[in-house]
Design a protein around this ligand. Structure first.
Ligand code: ZN
Length: 546
């Protein structure tokens, strides 16, 4: 039989239909989970569900529009339909999420195991949802306008889609942001993006396993230590979590969120500090690297040693204590203590998490027993959201009423901010406890102590209807980028390293960023190495050379 006429359709309409088809037909598991996560199917939730559907269709359509060219679109769609059909079968049949580990299983499975997975139902699914749509794609005749007009149309589609997506995000952000954060599985259920992302992540992992970490600052030495100082130094670096500068009363916030630190004499508060990223996974590797924000990439940071390595080269004993989700590669070659897993009977642990004060447990003994100069990094859980109310003990519930659900849309903005402010009050207490502990150690062990604190990134708390963090840096709101930073030096530390604290206090209002941390830590500890840049060292103008 011979077909004389194939069905004809114009290119733009075709990708839109294909996108809607992908979002509807292969994503039953995703939609079931999404609807459960956002509340039941009801008239009240209809705008959210329809809005999310349109948002994802436009997103998919945007990508398909970019590759919507003759001889390109059809093969890509056929591969997508076949692979997505198989993926949706596995998700429906086994309830599996498609992530990197899943792809690893698949790649590393032998033929015998693979054959066991083949069955009639899979063949039927792929036939019905893969082969049939592919045949339709193959048969259809797509009409493209002249190239100039075609590019104009494509540009128009992408621009309008971006606007509609932005509007939908704005309208539903308060629900979508915490839902996606609390239900991370959604990301692994939406297909075809799940397996595309998983394959990409698997390939990257294979590549990074092959990366050789280049040494950094192997020439580092402690210059003043050489001059025969008999006191040991102990420096605590506190890495905060999701603390934003503007909610610290030390930075002028109207609520008294820093009752303890405000009374801490000699504390230097840097009031104008920008973070390197808007998420832990960017800020943390960046701030401990020598790269700086402009030069930072994930790959570069992984391929090069960082601040903690340079300190180790200089002879410091380095320890990382974590109450968060790990150090993101920054502490790979130093001692690491995971303190985030609750231990029965620990007074700082409640339910499945522990308050930050746990990071100070046994610290006096560690300081006392350290053989030489010591640097301890304390990685807080801090103000991690959306469950702010879980981050502090009851005694720190200073403001209220507080939002006590992850579903932010059920809370007023005031209740969300109140819970967040309580996390800052607790961080205030935690930092003050750290300083008091260092004061005691300085006195009892006759050592020189210092504390540097900075947060990894900020947080949106309803400004322009945005919540949480992780916005792309160039368009990120200032709330997500402005972080607190503080420095406390014991008298012994300041005199040993010739640091003029009054001079520093006078500089505390200047604009600084995470880029300054690497060089300031080396500077304050008088580490000389070729990788140290005095221009980025905040303390440099206030340190007297001998
Ligand atoms: Zn973070």
């Amino acid at each position: 039989m011979k077909f004389n006429t194939s069905p004809r359709i114009n290119a733009a309409a075709f990708t839109l239909i294909a996108s809607a088809f992908l979002v509807l037909v292969y994503n039953t598991t995703f939609w079931r989970t999404f609807i459960d996560a956002t509340g039941q199917l009801s008239l009240a939730h209809l705008p959210l569900h329809v809005g999310s559907f349109i948002l994802i269709v436009l997103l998919f359509n945007g990508f398909l529009t970019l590759i919507n060219f003759r001889y390109v679109l059809k093969p890509v769609l056929i591969v997508l339909f076949m692979a997505t059909a198989a993926t949706s079968y596995f998700m429906n049949q086994y309830g599996t999420q498609i992530d990197r580990a899943m792809i690893q299983n698949l790649v590393e499975t032998d033929v015998r195991e693979a054959r066991e997975l083949l069955n009639l139902k899979l063949i039927l699914t792929v036939g019905l949802l893969g082969v049939l749509p592919s045949l339709a794609v193959w048969r259809v005749k797509i009409t493209y306008p002249a190239w100039r007009r075609d590019l104009g149309i494509k540009f128009g589609i992408i621009a309008v889609s971006a606007l509609v997506i932005a509007a939908l995000l704005f309208a539903f952000f308060k629900t979508l942001a915490p839902t996606l954060r609390e239900h991370r599985e959604l990301r692994f259920l939406l297909t075809p993006t799940n397996y595309i992302q998983a394959v990409h992540s698997y390939v990257r992992q294979k590549e990074s396993e092959a990366v050789v970490v280049a040494p950094l600052g192997t020439d580092a030495v402690r210059s003043l230590a050489k001059a025969g100082n008999r006191h040991r130094s102990v420096t605590v670096i506190v890495v905060g979590e999701t603390a934003r500068a503007m909610n610290f009363s030390l930075n002028g916030y109207a609520r008294a969120t820093n009752p303890e630190l405000a009374r801490q004499p000699g504390l230097i508060n840097f009031s104008n500090v920008q973070s390197c990223g808007t998420a832990t996974a960017v800020s943390l590797p960046c701030v401990f690297s020598a790269l700086g924000r402009e030069n930072y990439t994930d790959n570069k940071a992984r391929a090069q040693q960082g601040l903690l390595d340079v300190l180790a080269h200089a002879g410091f004993d380095v320890l990382w204590r974590d109450n968060n989700s790990g150090c993101k590669g920054t502490c790979d070659r130093v001692r690491y203590e995971d303190m985030s897993q609750p231990v029965a009977g620990d007074r700082f642990c409640v339910g499945d998490e522990c308050y930050d004060e746990r990071l100070l447990e046994r610290l006096p003994e560690i300081i006392h027993n350290a053989p030489g100069d010591l640097v301890v990094v304390l990685h807080q859980k801090g103000s991690h959201g959306p469950a702010y109310w879980k981050r502090y003990p009851a005694a720190f519930k200073r403001f209220g009423p507080v939002c006590e659900t992850n579903e932010l849309e059920k809370c007023s903005r005031e209740a969300i901010v109140a819970a967040y402010d309580n996390t800052i009050v607790y961080t205030d207490h935690f930092l003050n406890q750290t300083i008091e502990l260092l004061k005691k150690s300085a006195a009892s062990d006759d050592i020189n102590t210092a504390m540097l604190y900075f947060s990894d990134h900020g947080e949106s708390l309803g400004e322009n209807n945005m919540y949480l963090h992780g916005a792309p840096y160039i368009i990120s709101p200032v709330e997500q980028r402005s972080v607190p930073m503080m420095l406390w030096l014991s008298d012994g530390f300041a005199s040993r390293f010739h640091i003029d604290r009054r001079c520093l206090a006078a500089r505390a209002g200047q604009a600084f960023s995470h880029d300054n941390v690497f060089h300031s830590v080396l500077g304050m500890l008088s580490v000389s190495t070729a990788v140290y840049n005095p221009r980025l060292d905040i303390l440099s103008p206030c340190t007297k050379d001998e």
